[in-house]
Design a protein around this ligand. Structure first.
Ligand code: GTP
Ligand code: MG
Length: 323
């Protein structure tokens, strides 16, 4: 009121006061002058008295510092960002999957139906992810996909879903390219490989075990099909269409029989990595020291074991235990 009725010079203060009030509402504003002004009307006298100084401060804050102004004026847009924090006390599975790997594997001459170098590169990239994210207790991979299980109680990135999936996916992809040369020393990637990523939550131990069982069952079904399909083509001389027709509607026993009777392949003797995929877990291993002694060290190890049955989980009960 006092300011409204005053002389033009005081009116200028009125405009400046509005600026002051805006500054005060901003988180960044901690000017003692602003606090002093707003705490009591009696401060108005001192405000007018110090006007030249105040005006110069306002000038600096509101107009000279364009970044500060941009922050206070536009910061509200952050409110449009969704809060995507994962529910507490739930298993977080992040799965990455190669985009168009049917084409990628063909363009890069992957062996059919399985390319050990390509699969080993996937395992290397996944190991990089586990090395970086200590809260991943287990990872499982097959074909062009990898699943990473975060501890139920993880606080990584405040459990923000997009942060988790994008960081895992980004690191996995860059590691895939970074280590490419170690597995394919004579060729470069013909184009940048792409992986998508998603976060899925599982509330119970049974749910997360069923999720991993689902992925391993998928590995088994696809690998048996692909092994038989490519045997019919590469060894049996069938065209892809003929092989597809022959396998249409067959059960797993029949595929096993085709492999054994026509190509002398015992499917159960095929490599465990191809039949079961790869599990990555941390194990204490003994490492040799330069002085000849040994020391226990936690290392990420690859295992090609069944994770559908109880045995793995009984011997690794710590994986599902909340600490
Ligand atoms: P999107 O994931 O939907 O983008 O399609 P995709 O082409 O990646 O197919 P999908 O993820 O369903 O399946 C993975 C594909 O990658 C398989 O169908 C194979 O064609 C290919 N692939 C993965 N691993 C190997 C391998 O070791 N050897 C060969 N030859 N192909 C592989
Ligand atoms: Mg894919």
């Amino acid at each position: 009121m006092l300011i409204r009725c005053s002389a033009p010079r005081t009116l200028t203060i009125y405009h400046s006061t509005a600026a002051f009030l805006r500054l005060k509402s901003s988180k960044k504003s901690s000017s003692p002058i602003v606090s002093g002004f707003t705490c009591s009307v009696s401060c108005m006298t001192s405000l007018i008295f110090h006007f030249p100084l105040i005006r110069s401060n306002i000038w600096k804050k509101e107009f000279h510092s364009s970044t500060a102004m941009a922050k206070s004026k536009f910061e509200y847009v952050r409110l449009f960002e969704a809060d995507d924090r994962c529910l507490p006390n739930t298993w977080i599975a992040v799965r990455v999957d190669g985009k168009g790997f049917h084409k990628f594997s063909t363009e890069h001459d992957y062996e059919k139906p399985n390319d050990i170098k390509g699969l080993s590169l996937m395992n290397r990239a996944a190991t990089s992810v586990m090395e970086e994210f200590k809260d991943i207790c287990l990872a499982y991979g097959q074909s062009d996909e990898y699943s990473f299980v975060f501890r139920k109680e993880t606080q990584a990135y405040s459990r923000r879903s997009a942060k988790l999936s994008t960081n895992v996916c980004s690191l996995f992809t860059s590691a895939f390219v970074y280590y490419w040369n170690e597995y394919f020393p004579t060729s470069k990637p013909r184009y940048p490989p792409v992986f998508d990523g998603r976060t899925v939550l599982y509330p119970s131990n049974k749910n997360i075990r069923d999720y991993l069982s689902w992925r391993q069952a998928d590995c088994h079904i696809n690998n048996l099909y692909n092994t038989t399909f490519w045997a019919l083509i590469l060894k049996g001389g069938l065209t892809p269409t003929e092989a597809e027709n022959k396998l249409k509607g067959t059960l797993s026993g029949e595929k096993n029989e085709i492999l054994f009777s026509q190509f002398a392949i015992n499917y159960n003797s095929e490599s465990e990595m191809l039949r079961k995929g790869t599990v990555l877990v941390r194990r204490k291993v003994l490492v040799a020291l330069p002085n000849g002694e040994t020391r226990e060290k936690s290392q990420i190890v690859q295992e090609h074991v069944d994770i559908i049955g109880d045995e793995f989980w009984n011997t690794n009960s710590h994986l599902l235990t909340v600490t």
